[in-house]
Structure formats: structure tokens, C-alpha cells
Design a protein around this ligand. Sequence first.
Ligand SMILES: Nc1nc2c(c(=O)[nH]1)N[C@H]1C(S)=C(S)[C@@H](COP(=O)(O)O)O[C@H]1N2
Ligand SMILES: [Mo]
Length: 368
Amino acid sequence: MTRNPFLPGAPRPDVVEGLFSQEEVLLANRNSGTLLETLDQDITPTGTHYLLNHFDVPLISADAHFLSFAGAFDAPFDLSMEQIRALPAVTRPVTLECAGNGRAGISPRCFSMPWIYEGVGTSEWIGTPLAPLLERARPRRGVQDFAFIGADYGFDRGHGHYFGRSLTPAQIVELEVLLVWGMNGQPLLPQHGAPLRIIVPGWYGMASVKWLTRIEALHERYQGFQQVQTYRYRRHTEDPGLPITRLRVKSLMKPPGGPDWVTRQRWLRAGPVRLQGKAWAGAGIPISKVEVRIGKVWREAELTGRRDRYAWTSWQLDWTAEPGVYDLACRAQDAEGQIQPLEAPFDMAGFANNSVQQVRVHVAEKDT
Ligand SMILES: Nc1nc2c(c(=O)[nH]1)N[C@H]1C(S)=C(S)[C@@H](COP(=O)(O)O)O[C@H]1N2
Ligand SMILES: [Mo]
């Protein structure tokens, strides 16, 4: 990438094929993925939850931080972190997935964060419902959008901007948005948005703005880069696209056995093995079925728990593994009948690839 990326309209290398570039690997090094071996846990251990940070992580002192309600409110106010933490607190397990998760499985691929499977995790988020605070600030009649602005500034396609997203008043009513300061019993870590972020349950992660500084009520729709220029489903360059919102139905398996260091292929001793993993869908829709493919045969797994409306569900299947090489896959279906596709659905930016995960295992008679 030799062209000046700070000129208005500067193009990003768009779609590419073949090996990952240095720049893509740099993005991957900054944005770690959830360790798939933690998929037997309901809550992703803090520090192994995936990260997606577009720009630099701002280090913000909680003592000096304020959240401003600004723009078209009749009673705007600022809140210190102390005031925010004194609000009625709730703890909710919510599954967060990056809209780019699975991008590497789409060909040609978009030049961006090269997620394979790991851009998803579940945390117990600690915060307070946002809707009553918006009410308290008294949005003026005719407000169309609430913009959520983060403290992180950077460039994309030549546009300098603070990361920002918006939700309409109807979406605020429909989605149980939380204003969050804690994660798994601890204060938020800097890389997850400290001291304050929102969590938008049931939607892809881009909506859950981190390092929140300002909520602005607008009489028009918010036109921020992250709202209108990206996070749209687009099938070709002329396609105006549709905004990305709720999570698509998906499942993942904890890779069984042990890995080969570099290929990550799995080694298993023949005999009984419990296959297990997680399944989730958007907007609080329950998972109705998970199937596991062993070789060519699909078997139905047992759903072993549903912790909460917006958190993933556990599944398991007991398998007596015979020696051989197997390609395992898992596939979830939600209560509305949506089912994971076997092939990746094409999207220009590689968004929302919910096709099935493939795990190759070598089953051996005895230790090698
Ligand atoms: N301010 C800000 N908020 C942000 C982002 C960002 O880069 N800046 N990334 C978004 C994206 S794309 C995702 S997937 C989630 C990731 O949250 P996590 O890093 O805590 O897992 O944060 C969202 N909120
Ligand atoms: Mo994301």
C-alpha cells in the first residue's frame, strides 16, 4: 500500500485473492481472536475474548471521563463515571460477534481484518439500561437518530473520523441497549472500551461503540463513516447495499483432541469423545437445533443450556471415534427456521459469513 491513504476518497485495496499480506497480518496481530478451546465455557474468559479495534486504543482515565448527552435534547446533561456507576446496575451475558467474522472464507476477499472463525465471544456485561437515560435528557419531537461517538480517531478511505454509530428511537425501544462499564465482574479493560461503551444485544459488534464520549440526538439520520460507508451487505460495486444489523444464525465447535502446532489439525485417540460447542442467532431468537457432520453423516446434537436471551447456547454430541481422518462440521438452526449455509454467502466486504466451520481430525488407534 504505497498510495497516500489520507487523501479524500483514497481507495483501500479492495478485493484480493491468495496469500494474506503483511498489512492484513498486522491487523490480525492487533485484533486477537477468541481461543476456540474456550468454547466449552459459557463465558469467554476475560482476556481471551476477541478484539476489534479499528484505530488506536485510547487510554482514558475514568476519573476525568464524562458522557455528554448533546444535540436535540430539551434537558441535556453530562454524567461522570461516578454518577454512571451509581445508576441501577444489571449484569447480562451477551454474545458479541464481529460482522467481519469468517471473512477469510470468502473468495475473492476484501482487504480488512482477516477473521477465520474467532471473532465471537460471550461476556457478562455490567451496566445500566440506556433507554431511561435518553428519556431523562428529553429528546425533542422529530428526533430521528441517536449517534454514539467514541474517543478513537482515525482514517478509512481518506475520511478522518471518530468511530461512531447510530440507532433510531424505534431501535432504542426494541433493542435492550446497555451502557456498560464492567465485564465479567471487573472494570472494562482499555481494549474493550474502558471506561464506558454500549452493548447492542443481538446485533453484530460494530454497533457496540467503545470509549463512548457523546450521545447526540439528531433531527436527521446520522451520516458517520462507520454508519453509512461501511457495514452494508453489498454484492457488487454498484450495489447500494443494505445495513448490517442482527446476527445470522451460527455455531462453532471446540476443536476436539490436541493440535499439530502449525497446521492446527487435530489428533485424537480412538474411543469415546464428546464434541461440544456453541450456537447463537440474532435478536434473541432461540436456537432450535444443532447438527454435527462426522464424515458424511449429520447427527443431531443435544442442546445443553440456554443461559440468557442474548447469549449463545451450548450443545454436545458423544461420538465413538474409529481410526481414520474425518472432516467435522456443525450447523445450527434457529426457531425461525434459519439454517447455516454450507457455502459462504458472498459479500463484497466479506461480512457475516455464517457458513459451517470445518475441523479436520486424525483419529489414531494408540499414541504415536
Ligand atoms: N469506538 C469504537 N467502538 C467499536 C469499535 C471501534 O473500533 N471503535 N469496533 C467495533 C467492532 S467492529 C466490534 S466487532 C466490537 C468489538 O468489541 P470487542 O473488541 O470488545 O470485542 O466493538 C465495536 N465498537
Ligand atoms: Mo466488528
